[in-house]
Each structure stands twice: as C-alpha cells, then as structure tokens.
Write a protein that binds this ligand. Structure first.
Ligand code: PGA
Length: 250
C-alpha cells in the first residue's frame, strides 16, 4: 500500500516570525501522526529556517520551483544543488500559478523534472486542466499531453521516484474542490497511462490531489483508491486546518 503524503504549499506567504509559529505548531501537532508523510514547500529564503526547525523531525521540506539548469549565468534562478544544500528533499514543478504567469512550457517543466531527479530531489509534478477544458470534455487529453512531455523525453520509469499532483486549475484557491469522483477518475486515468508503459512505476507512484482541500472535504477525497494524498495551499497556512487534513489521511 502507498503511504499517504500530505504536502503544504505555502506559496508566497510568510515571514520569519510567522513561519516560526507555524512550524512550531506543525511539529507539535503533526509529528505524532506517523502513518502519514508530511512535507512543507516554503519560499526559497525560508529553506534555512525550515531546515533548522525540522531537521530532527519526521517532517520533510522542499521548494516551490527550481532552475532547469545546473549552474551558470542565470540571474534570479535557484539550482537543485542549492536546494539540496539546505536539506530540501522535494520540489514542486510546473504549478499552474507559475506555468501561466511565467509562461513555462511543458518541455521546460519536463527538463526541470529531470533536473530535480538527477540531483536527488523528488519532483512534485503538477498537472491539470482549466474550467473551459473541463467543460469541453478534453481534460484527459490536456493531462495526457502534460504527462507525455515527460514520458517522450525521459520514459515512464522516471515516475517511480516522483509525485504527481492533479490540480484542476478551476479548483485552486477557489473554495470549489473537485468532487471525490472527478478526482478519482482523473487519478485513475493518470495511473493507467503510466501503467500502460511501466507497471512498476505506476504502482509506486503517488498521485496527490490539490485544489481547495480543507478539513471538511479531505476524508472523502483521501479514501479514494488512487488518491494518495494532497497538495494543500491555503489551509496549510493554518496549523489547525492543516492538522485536520493530515489527520484525515491517517
Ligand atoms: P489551495 O491551493 O489549497 O489554496 O487551493 C492548492 C495548490 O495550489 O497547490
């Protein structure tokens, strides 16, 4: 059985004082929940703080993006090796908030995915469709294209050491989560697509759901067969709500 994985995505929120309180509350409330894996993805400047506060706990930490290049003259970029320097073990790749605002192509995202793995980080690949695409009934085609960008370059076996987060764009930050059935159906589609190429990778691959997960809807989503956890934005900024979601995963 795949152990549940709950990942906090703080996005561009926080400051040293607020993070300290939040991380203290995470440690107090979440470390007793040892049947669920917990990760927090913080803004770059707070990686050192996450490392200092979490290094002797079961909570892992990571970043929200990385450079597709290993090193060089790339002003403003942050490399995978730099993330490793601060003990990060996960990195979010291709979140739709970045893909739209910073014009990230599927190919760029694929290269970042590989770059993360090469350096020993676990990539959390975000995929998902817009509302227009769902209403047009092409959501599976859209997600398949996002997966194929990686499969075509690197094969399906790379998913054995990766996490995919299905994040319908219409559900992110809107308070309107996908129904458990909608999410399960897409998760199964994703797993089947990988399984058709590599059954072993598909069986171990964790597929998370992200988009307006809260303590109220978490159980319904997390009991579904192919939903292995969640990527949590807004509710991860509130220790009590995040705890509620993590408990739902136990
Ligand atoms: P949300 O964000 O939980 O605030 O909807 C999820 C995400 O964007 O990862």
């Amino acid at each position: 059985m795949r152990q549940k994985l709950i990942i906090a995505n703080w996005k561009m929120h926080g400051n040293l004082a607020r993070n300290k309180k939040l991380l203290e509350a995470y440690v107090e409330k979440l470390t007793p929940l040892n049947s669920v894996n917990i990760v927090v993805c913080v803004p770059y400047p707070y990686l050192a703080q996450a490392q200092a506060m979490l290094q002797n706990t079961d909570i892992a930490w990571g970043a929200q993006n990385l450079s597709k290049d290993a090193e060089g003259a790339f002003t403003g970029e942050v490399s995978a090796a730099m993330l490793k320097d601060f003990g990060a073990s996960y990195v979010i790749i291709g979140h739709s908030e970045r893909a739209t605002a910073y014009c990230e192509s599927d190919e760029n995202i694929a290269i970042k995915f590989k770059q993360a793995q090469t350096q020993g980080l676990t990539p959390i690949l975000c995929v998902g469709e817009t509302l227009i695409e769902r209403e047009a009934g092409v959501m599976q085609m859209v997600v398949a294209k996002q997966l194929d960008a990686i499969i075509n370059l690197f094969g399906a076996a790379v998913f054995a050491n990766a996490v995919i987060s299905y994040e319908p764009i219409w559900a992110i930050g809107t308070g309107l989560a996908a129904s458990a059935e909608q999410a399960q159906s897409m998760h199964k589609f994703i797993r089947n697509r990988i399984a058709s190429l590599d059954e072993v990778a598909a069986a171990s691959l964790k597929i998370l759901y992200g988009g307006s997960v809260n303590p109220q809807n978490a159980v319904q989503l997390l009991v579904m067969q192919d939903i292995d956890g969640g990527l949590i934005g807004k509710c991860s900024l509130n220790a009590q709500e995040f705890e509620g979601i993590c408990r739902a995963a136990t």
